[in-house]
Design a protein around this ligand. Sequence first.
Ligand code: 5GP
Length: 211
Amino acid sequence: MSSEIKRRGLMLVLSSPSGAGKTTLSRRLLESDGSIVMSVSATTRAMRPNEVEGRDYFFVSKEKFQAMAKAGEFLEHATVFGNSYGTPARPVMGALAAGRDVLFDIDWQGAQQLKEKARDDLVSVFILPPSHDELERRLHTRAQDSEDVVRARMEKAAGEISHWPEYDYVIVNRDVDIAHTQIKSVLEAERVRRTRQIGLSEFVSALTGGE
Ligand code: 5GP
């Protein structure tokens, strides 16, 4: 008899102001954990030099984005810094039903929409930078963005940070290894939440001699 207990996957949302190290942490998590897959969003923003279509985003026109939204293809969608971003619903629902977890790099608006739609499946984590100075420094070392974009993001950071109380967990990214371990711990604990282990009754009845 297999000891695998059937479980429903969870949605792990990571949000943070730009420059808090969320991209690095997402990458680390995907590399270190074979059971979590990244949700690839659609966006109307321009592709950056090191980005890959279908890996980082599905880059779509405004018209295409609107058509997808109208057709109900998004689990959530929002405007962030003047561009539209949306989470395609179908891959997420398929992964959850198959017992795989899904990682989302989305903003507070997206987290809020997922909370309304799928509270039981959602685990949300807000990543904070260690200090104001460090946040500023990290934003300025990103070469891809124009100065205008950096300034706009710095101004928005305070607004984004104000949403931390809406999240289940808050992690201060002082040290990337520690922050990574903390996210992994959240994930491991949430995976064994009783309500997600939908095969438990069956498992326990087999344990205790039932069929
Ligand atoms: P960037 O343009 O730097 O890749 O992302 C800008 C912001 O948009 C980030 O805070 C990111 O988390 C957020 N974002 C990316 N994809 C989505 C999405 O599908 N939905 C929402 N609500 N936010 C997203």
